[in-house]
Design a protein around this ligand. Structure first.
Ligand code: PAF
Length: 282
């Protein structure tokens, strides 16, 4: 497994792989890898010849007072897990490589980033789009794999990839869950014992809402209420930031479900902000 630190090295590596007739798949991550990341690696392997995992905690997607400094990191372990999973290369650029002094260029997708997580994290998706564009330019993959847990991010990156004509196929991987339903996330390790015990309420809320939808309910306010009530009852230590139902294509809020919709939520447990979602498919 190769470990590369600069865009030039990374690009040379890809050129060699492509010259050997291989296609390249990229799994962008912020490290502290867990099974859900590794399931994206497996997906990338099925879609391409050689898999690159990027590990970079991207400062431009964290707002002031967010958890950039506290975000968990363990480079050695990440490299071991990648090696064990058959990853061909890890791109591990330092911050100075990605954002050297004088750096001034940002990528912004208009519209899709104003609601849901974008409403409480201004600038977050601008940071995500900027770093992913840079990763695309460095790695030059044929395929890039993202998780559905970050559903809004996935939709925005699909839009960006298409608008900027990167020529990269975007593949989305399903959310992986712990045995109690909590969506896997690098941030879960930062939950207190009490908050960790309450956090599965997020998925229970989503399941309650999904059941209501499956029984024929189409009113957004009823569906949102079912999720919210369950979370507020079962997770009193959580502070619900939003529970919203939006159109899966446009991410615009809907009042009644006529096309496939995304029920998404964010809940804060002390300093830890968790997100989760389900698709309500029509
Ligand atoms: O989903 C993430 O971990 C990050 O937002 C990403 C896509 C790696 C960009 O930093």
């Amino acid at each position: 497994m190769n470990v590369l630190a600069t865009a030039d090295e990374m690009r040379r590596w890809t050129v060699q792989r492509k010259a050997a007739g291989e296609s390249v798949g990229l799994v962008p991550t912020m490290g502290y890898l867990h099974e859900a990341h590794l399931s994206l690696v497996d997906l990338a392997k099925r879609a391409s010849g050689a898999v690159v995992v990027s590990v970079f905690v991207n400062p431009t997607q964290f707002g002031p007072g967010e958890d950039y400094e506290a975000y968990p990191r363990d480079e050695e372990r990440d490299l071991r897990l990648c090696r064990e999973r058959g990853v061909a290369a890890v791109y591990l650029p330092p911050v100075s490589e990605m954002y050297p002094e004088g750096y001034a260029t940002y990528v912004e997708v208009e519209g899709l980033g104003d609601q849901l997580c974008g409403a409480s994290r201004p600038g977050h998706f601008r940071g995500v789009c900027t770093v992913v564009s840079k990763l695309f330019n460095a790695v030059q993959p044929d395929v890039a794999v993202f998780g559905r847990k970050d559903a809004q991010q996935a939709r925005i990156l699909e839009r960006m990839t298409s608008d900027l004509q990167f020529g990269i196929r975007i593949v989305l991987g399903d959310t992986l869950r712990e045995h109690d339903g909590l969506a896997m996330s690098s941030r879960n390790v930062r939950l207190s014992r009490e908050h960790r015990a309450q956090a599965p309420a997020l998925y229970r809320g989503l399941r309650d809402a999904l059941r209501l939808f499956e029984r024929g309910e189409r009113s957004a306010s009823e569906i949102v209420r079912a999720a919210r009530e369950r979370i507020e009852r079962d997770a009193p230590g959580g502070d619900v930031e939003y529970v919203e139902l939006v159109d899966w294509n446009t991410l615009a809020p809907v009042t009644s479900i006529e096309r496939t919709a995304l029920l998404a939520l964010a809940v804060r447990f002390g300093p830890v902000r968790l997100i989760d979602n389900v698709l309500l498919e029509v």
